[in-house]
Design a protein around this ligand. Structure first.
Ligand SMILES: [Zn+2]
Length: 457
């Protein structure tokens, strides 16, 4: 009964919710530029005041850079959820490409409906306010929240989150919760609510193969001298087999097969492989044979050469035999793949191609494992059901080809599974000029959280 009343209150309060969001969007909280530090502080204060006004025990927590905002409302029992969002935004340049000033947020009519235009409207102020508004509606209608809620807002997400890991470690006990809700992602299609449950990890390696003690002339030494570029390309060329699989020893250890339930959800998505590839001038998927494009993107590991150099690459021509050749190589990881094992297997692979008189130097560029959420936790199906009730299409569990570190931090530092639920659309222009958030996303996002809070109880 109260669910319907709360949803009706959300509908009736839309103009006020929008006015509050616009107020927050006018604060110029660009985290990367020290000139905006006071504005970041002002955004944190604004959020603390707003959360206090709806009964949260909210406070600003200082860090060496921009403050965190932490709020609790533990008047009830039930599942304890920790909601994460970030109040900082990306810089706005190139300013001349904005049709309106980036911090003078306003509602606009577009062929696809009304939008809120302004920096941070989608990433992430509009998204985080969907949750705050849902809490407000529950409080105003029933006087309490249907489950135990804490909130965690960061102010450095767009500038590398330097304070995040130390802060989470120091405050791990306070951040402990049953499930983390992270609202900083989008929907796979405009009407299909999406819960990201798989994030790929990354290993980066730079290698340099060294041969002769100095650059040589191919007329003088060509033939007897080993060419490091030849060694490098042999090693890199052997990274994949004819079926698109990576050949490194043990590479697929810990790579899970897609659960049947998820494979079914992805098959039912209206994802157009031809258009996805056609948009970038391609026509044929180049990954593992027998895998769909979505599988390749969301649930399969990759090896890619990102850069390769050596010898003479300037104007004209030079018959040089280079003393060395280099490449940058990265691996996207899934499931339980061990980043250190992958790195070691890659190094052993390269070494196995080294002839006499050649040596190799490796330089690591970081490695992190994938995060896969334990979707057998009951909260996942409860949230998916709540989303399906709100939107035209059923909710789906999806993957994400990139990485979203906060989910891994919750898992490793706090021991809490994360659900990444967001309502952004592909055309929101996040990080770009004329960023927008659909009013429909804002409204239905609020209603979604109202339902999810009730479902998680
Ligand atoms: Zn974001």
């Amino acid at each position: 009964m109260s669910l319907d009343k709360v949803l009706a209150h959300v509908d009736a309060d839309q103009d006020n919710a929008l006015a509050r969001l616009i107020e927050l969007l006018k604060i110029e909280s660009i985290s990367t530029d020290p000139a905006y530090a006071a504005e970041c502080n002002r955004a944190a204060d604004w959020l603390v005041d707003d959360l206090k006004s709806i009964g949260f025990d909210a406070s600003k927590r200082e860090t060496p850079r921009h403050p965190m905002v932490i709020a609790h409302n533990d008047a009830t029992d039930g599942t304890h959820v920790m909601f994460y969002g970030h109040y900082d935004v990306q810089p706005v340049d190139p300013l001349e490409l904005w049709e309106n000033p980036p911090f003078d947020a306003r509602v606009e009519d577009t062929p696809n409906g009304k939008v809120i235009r302004g920096r941070g409207s989608s990433d992430d102020k509009g998204q985080l306010m969907t949750f705050v508004e849902a809490c407000r509606a529950w409080k105003e209608v029933t006087g309490s929240l249907p489950t135990n809620v804490s909130i965690f807002f960061e102010g450095e997400e767009e500038s590398g989150s330097p304070s995040l890991v130390p802060f989470m470690k120091e405050n791990a006990a306070e951040l402990k919760s049953d499930v983390a809700l992270i609202c900083d992602t989008g929907m796979v299609e405009p009407n299909t609510p999406s819960i990201v449950t798989m994030l790929r990890g990354l290993v980066g390696e730079q290698i340099t193969i060294k041969g002769p003690s100095k650059d040589l002339h191919s007329g003088m030494y060509g033939g007897p001298s080993i060419n490091p570029i030849r060694v490098l390309t042999q090693a890199l060329g052997a990274l994949h087999d004819d079926n698109g699989r990576v050949t490194l020893e043990g590479f697929y250890d810990g790579v899970p097969e897609l659960p049947a339930q998820i494979a079914e959800q992805w098959k039912n998505l209206d994802f157009d492989e031809a258009r996805f590839l056609g948009d970038v001038g391609l026509s044929k998927p180049a990954g593992e044979n027998g895998r769909s494009v979505l599988e390749m993107l969301w649930s399969r590991p990759t090896a890619e050469v990102n850069g390769i150099w050596g010898g003479y690459t300037g104007e004209g021509f030079k018959t040089v035999l280079p003393a060395e050749a280099s490449a940058k190589v990265s691996f996207r990881l899934v499931g339980q793949q061990d980043p250190v094992k992958v790195r070691d297997a890659f190094r052993a692979h390269v070494e196995s191609f080294l002839p006499e008189d050649c040596s190799v130097e490796f330089h690591g560029h970081g490695n992190s494992g994938a995060s896969g959420m334990a979707i057998d936790h009951p909260a996942f199906e409860q949230a998916r059901g709540a989303l399906s009730d709100e939107w035209d299409n059923e909710g789906v569990f999806v993957g994400c080809g990139g990485s979203i570190p906060i989910a891994g931090h919750f898992q490793k530092i706090i021991g809490t599974e994360s659900m990444l639920i967001g309502f952004a659309q592909d055309d929101d222009s996040i990080h770009s000029p004329n960023e927008k958030y659909d009013l429909r996303s804002f409204h239905k996002g609020i209603r979604s959280w109202v339902r999810i809070l009730a479902a998680l109880n």
